[in-house]
Design a protein around this ligand. Structure first.
Ligand code: M6R
Length: 610
């Protein structure tokens, strides 16, 4: 979704804004722009397309200024175009606004402003807010108050930054529903939609909360609520290093992140396994364990890949902890009036911790008194901060839009939670220790799969021209089938569907012919024989088959066109291994098709609007 970066200080803001926007490119966008104010001019430069195009425009102008804001837009209202790109301006071209979010009542606000003679040149909701701030600026004669009054009329979500030629000593920034973080420097300050845009300059950050407005000067900042009450904010130190947000010699972030998995999985478990007691230790849940263990029900809610991890969590928690679990899309949960009680624990899984639907679902569950737990990757993200308790997955920054290492780390954390709850309920010490042993072996086993990358690339080459794929799995491998299909769709734009293998007979079997490859995830578990029957059914209809199987499995190898072998592990940890070949297949097919793997069309890394 849209990226925001702002700078005020003694340096020239231009390279800082461009570099910041480049670091935000991974969020997904379709146009970009900057607004710069110096002692002699107010300049806005925008373009459809990439930040590199904007960079050419901006450097050609040779502007030098210590005050500027930059934006990457992911279109919601109005097509991607230069005119719809941000910043948006007031009529005098003295006030510039960048915005992430959606102004839901923009049409009624627009009508009111039109009556006053305001004219609009773009199709965006953001331009309405720029004029509304201008309207109040004329009445209040203060940028801060103008922003505050305007926001009081806004329904919807926003992370905004505003600069104004009449008050060149500040950036005004405000947040409701879309993340904003201030970066505190030495005689310079920054603001951005995520820390990745700031960490090359400062590690000191302040997270704005919903309903807060900041005035950012070069040497200090102040924060108030939208109701004009002063608030004191805490400064945090971020741990992410610049090397973690670079490709590190890999051609794409996605490949780097797939290859990172031995480390990211290890980090998700580090210091959390207590072998002697066969249990896990999760500091973030301390003080809440009893309430979780005594929950009548656990609900898991999330979107996309995180939702798939949630499905794996459901299987684990029900099988080993014996607590009833329901998994639901956050986008549905928030609107269908779910029955939630104080006896429920609701787990919100989100890599970014900023997904609007998941955040809104959490607000709903909190209102109803449930215990809200977050499983997030991004430290300090909204879901992490607003949940009652939670566990970070510690996968490190995930930049590729297609989530890979976050998925495996989410499952690892769900396994840790399962172990904790199961041991406190019925799981025996030896069973707990067996799980820990297997968790410790994961790193090596993941490395063994990654070593097959070249072979997997060759297999990908044989399937790259197919137009449709079916992914089938059962039990713990059903969510993996969904995830494998999602990865392929997202980055290769090939239609793919995931199904429980046994459901094939109830419909999808009609699709199978020699043009429709079927990917089976068929590890040796309690439903292995049944999956073999499903494989036979596909073979009987001349379907091409690629199977993910366990090492030593010759039975399936002799039945299918291609196999990729993964080591055996504890059944609940299987998805961590079986998903990796599917990530690599999707990656190599997309690369072979010449597609933009890290920033696939239409997608955003964190979906901060509904
Ligand atoms: O940041 P989140 O985990 O909340 O994001 C949820 C989904 O938007 C995300 O998993 C999406 O499906 C990815 N692009 C999957 O690769």
């Amino acid at each position: 979704m849209c990226g925001i970066v702002g700078y005020i200080g003694d340096k020239n803001c231009v390279p800082i804004l461009i570099e910041g926007l480049k670091r935000l490119e991974y969020r997904g966008y379709d146009s970009a722009g900057v607004g710069i104010i110096n002692s002699t001019e107010c300049k806005v430069l925008k373009t459809k397309g990439k930040v590199s195009e904007l960079e050419k425009l901006v450097f050609a102008e040779q502007i030098d200024s210590g005050l500027g804001i930059g934006h990457t837009r992911w279109a919601t209202h109005g097509e991607p175009s230069t005119i719809n790109a941000h910043p948006h301006l007031n009529k005098d071209k003295t006030l510039f606004l960048i915005h992430n979010g959606i102004i839901e009542n923009y049409l009624s606000l627009k009508k009111g402003l039109e009556k006053e003679g305001y004219e609009f040149i773009s199709e965006t909701d953001t331009e309405v807010l720029a004029h509304l701030i201008d309207h109040y600026l004329k009445l209040k004669n203060s940028l801060f108050q103008a922003v505050r009054y305007a926001l009081n009329e806004v329904e919807g979500t926003y992370g905004i930054c505003v600069i104004y030629n009449g008050e060149k000593d500040k950036i005004v920034a405000a947040r409701k529903g879309s993340p904003l973080v201030l970066g505190i420097g030495n005689n310079e300050n920054f603001v951005a939609s995520d820390v990745n845009a700031l960490i090359a300059h400062t590690k000191q950050v302040v997270y704005l909360e919903d309903g807060e407005i900041a005035e950012i000067y070069k040497d200090h900042f102040t924060t108030k609520t939208i109701a004009d009450e002063t608030i004191i904010k805490e400064i945090f130190e971020v741990e992410v290093g610049v090397d973690e947000i670079t490709k590190g010699g890999y051609p794409h972030f996605m490949l780097k992140e797939i290859m990172d998995q031995p480390d990211s999985i290890f980090n998700s478990m580090r210091g959390r396994l207590v072998y002697d007691e066969g249990i896990s230790k999760l500091g973030g849940l301390q003080g809440f364990e009893e309430r979780i263990i005594n929950s009548k029900r656990i609900l898991i809610t999330a979107c996309g890949t995180s939702w798939h991890a949630g499905l794996v969590g459901e299987y684990m928690l029900e099988q080993y902890a014996g607590i009833p679990v329901e998994v639901e899309y956050a986008s549905e949960f928030r609107y269908r009036h779910p029955i939630i009680t104080k006896d429920d624990t609701v787990i919100f899984i989100s890599q970014s911790g900023e997904t609007a639907d998941t955040l809104a679902a959490m607000k709903e569950a909190k209102k109803k008194g449930a215990l809200c737990l977050g499983i997030c990757n991004v430290v300090g993200s909204s879901i992490a901060r607003e949940s009652d308790a939670g566990v970070y997955i510690h996968a490190g920054p995930e930049i590729g839009v297609a989530s890979t290492k976050a998925f495996t780390a989410q499952i690892s954390v769900l396994a840790l939670i399962t172990l904790l709850l199961a041991r406190r309920r019925n799981l025996s010490l030896p069973e707990g220790q067996e799980i820990i042993n297997e968790m410790r072996l994961l790193t090596k086993k993941v490395e063994m799969i990654l070593k097959q990358n070249e072979n997997i690339e060759k297999i990908a080459g044989q399937y790259m021209n197919c137009k449709n794929f079916l992914y089938l799995g059962r039990g713990y491998n059903f969510p993996v089938a969904l995830e494998g299909a999602l990865k392929l769709k997202e980055i290769s734009y090939i239609h793919a569907e995931g199904y429980p293998a046994a459901e094939m007979k109830h419909g999808p079997i009609a699709l199978i012919d020699d043009d429709m490859p079927v990917v089976f995830i068929a590890t040796k578990d309690s439903v292995y024989d049944k999956v073999i029957s499903n494989i036979q059914e596909v073979r009987a209809r001349k379907g091409r088959i690629l199977a993910i199987v366990n090492e030593g499995d010759e039975q399936i190898e002799n039945m299918v066109d291609h196999v990729i072998k993964v080591p055996k592990t504890h059944n609940m940890l299987t998805p961590i291994l079986t998903v990796i070949p599917l990530q690599l297949i999707a990656y190599h097919i997309a690369v072979k098709k010449g597609l933009n793997v890290d920033q696939p069309r239409n997608l955003a890394k964190s979906v901060t609007v509904e």
